[in-house]
Design a protein around this ligand. Sequence first.
Ligand SMILES: Nc1ncnc2c1ncn2[C@@H]1O[C@H](COP(=O)(O)OP(=O)(O)OP(=O)(O)O)[C@@H](O)[C@H]1O
Length: 288
Amino acid sequence: MTAATPPPLSPPPGSADRLPTAAPAPAPTTLPAGPVTSAWAGDVPRLAARGLIKRFGETTALAGVEVEIPDGASLAVMGPSGSGKSTLLHCLAGIYQPDAGVVALRGREVQGLSEKERSLLRRSQYGFVFQFGQLLSELTALENVALPAMLTGASRVEAETAAQQWLAALGLAGTEGRRPGELSGGQAQRVAVARALTTRPDVVFADEPTGSLDRSTGHDVMRVLVESTRAVGASLVVVTHDAQVAAWCDARIDMLDGRVVPAGTTTGGGVGPRTGELEAIRAAAVPR
Ligand SMILES: Nc1ncnc2c1ncn2[C@@H]1O[C@H](COP(=O)(O)OP(=O)(O)OP(=O)(O)O)[C@@H](O)[C@H]1O
């Protein structure tokens, strides 16, 4: 990694105006054409799950999870290691098929789709940001961001023009030609955010998006992630151990043993000190 100058914080207030509106050619929708499922016929959430159960052999990773994410809202999923956070994200995103329960995108059930249909759904209507970005190391930042749009049918020129706009809006102008190894951790995560937004997804899923970053860079990345998804009208699901990361989101659920429990009842991080506690203790311990 280079000792890169941190990019300017972005998007600044009002940045929605600066985010590109050029969308790639719309991908064929994978949502069933039928009516909205009656359970959500009134106020249809962007994404919802009912009675979600997922088992791995003897392990019940999800034991009946209910969750709703409104249009354009962000949800933090917290809880200790092994509580089912990533499994929930994978079920919501159509990566895992649940053993029971319903997942609905805009009121239409998606859990019964075939693997091919779910793959198309993920490519065309969801965006993903992971802990280590998962950028393709041999591609430049521009190519990484352009790729999802090309996979959903946009021409190379169209996809790269839009990618350039996304990168500029996210404070990354000038990094287009760099490969992931030539970016700072914060820059790489911003590229991952740009890549997640480029197909104008319905929902962005982020699994520990700041897990590999220092506190200040993580703070910037969360701001960019929350504000840019909001600016384009996407809903956001963030899995995190960090209460300060969760605080960026509109709502939070806590998980324990595969269930949603009242917020604040889990430590989110095992037996160790919680986020910010050591700093507070050290500050309090300074002689006055
Ligand atoms: N592919 C898998 N095969 C077998 N067991 C799994 C698999 N994925 C998850 N599990 C188990 O399901 C439970 C929930 O795991 P999950 O990864 O969802 O928890 P988590 O809250 O995301 O944990 P962490 O914070 O450590 O990532 C755990 O007991 C885990 O061991």
